[in-house]
Design a protein around this ligand. Structure first.
Ligand code: 13P
Length: 249
């Protein structure tokens, strides 16, 4: 069966309850005919209001992280149970900004990912190399480690969404070329096939992320191994709907 494209927005630390509600109200009619899976991963404090705002639409609300413990002394963290209470369906895990600025490791990514799956939340696990790593020819080595350690012990890999986000393309306006993104994502799929099994690897949704917008999304998503996008800046306006509707436009 063909993989169903999945377009997710990552609001990062942007928007307020008021501006978020307004944007979702504008997006709802624009994406109502989509055949794809659509989500917006919003700041934790906005989750209740955005779930309410998106009700009855194609837009599912996701979180930007989730902790592995059921509950306890983990100041600043959020549990699966807390997300589930609001019907949150997705959680981004291991975003490069979490790795870069907040010291998140592959081991932590693994624990968060396993907890999300156990709780019926689809993890969107982010992987990707820095510019220096790419220029030094280390892209495959970096991805190998992120995938091997981050996805360790997962029983059903098809429950995971992978987002390939080259760090050098995030927020820089420097998108990977469709060929670069395809080549690397095909590599990721092959590696998942080796770590798990080929059949499952062919079912895993792999998104591209990094300066993806209404202009470049078509060429990216046309690539055979790219199943959607994780969209930062372009998810903060109605441009997001253009990305969602890229094939119908
Ligand atoms: P931009 O689309 O703003 O480059 O961000 C990509 C990203 O990090 C999504 O998670």
């Amino acid at each position: 069966m063909a993989r169903k494209p999945f377009i997710a927005g990552n609001w990062k630390m942007n928007m307020t309850a008021e501006s978020g509600k307004e944007l979702i109200a504008q997006l709802k009619p624009l994406v109502k005919d989509t055949r794809y899976n659509v989500a917006l991963c919003v700041p934790a404090i906005l989750i209740p209001a955005m779930v309410k705002a998106a009700k009855g639409s194609k837009i599912k609300i996701g979180a930007q992280n989730v902790h592995w413990a059921e509950k306890g002394a983990y100041t600043g963290e959020i549990s699966c149970e807390q997300l589930k209470e609001y019907g949150v369906k997705y959680a981004i895990i291991g975003h490069s900004e979490r790795r870069q600025y907040f010291g998140e490791t592959d081991e932590g990514v693994n624990k968060r990912t396993l907890a999300a799956i156990a709780n019926g939340i689809t993890p969107i696990v982010c992987v990707g190399e820095t510019l220096e790593e790419r220029e030094n020819g280390q892209t495959e080595k970096v991805l190998d480690k992120q995938l091997k350690d981050g996805l360790n012990g997962i029983e059903d890999i098809t429950k995971v969404v992978i987002a390939y986000e080259p760090v050098w393309a995030i927020g820089t306006g420097k998108t990977a070329t469709p060929e670069q993104a395809q080549e690397t994502i095909a590599y990721i799929r092959k590696k998942i096939g080796k770590l798990f099994d080929k059949r499952s690897a062919n079912k895993v949704i792999i998104q591209y992320g990094g300066s993806m917008n209404a202009k470049n999304c078509f060429d990216l998503m046309e690539q055979p191994d790219i199943d959607g996008g994780l969209i930062g800046g372009a998810s903060l306006t109605t441009e997001f709907a253009k990305v969602v509707n890229y094939l119908q436009d």
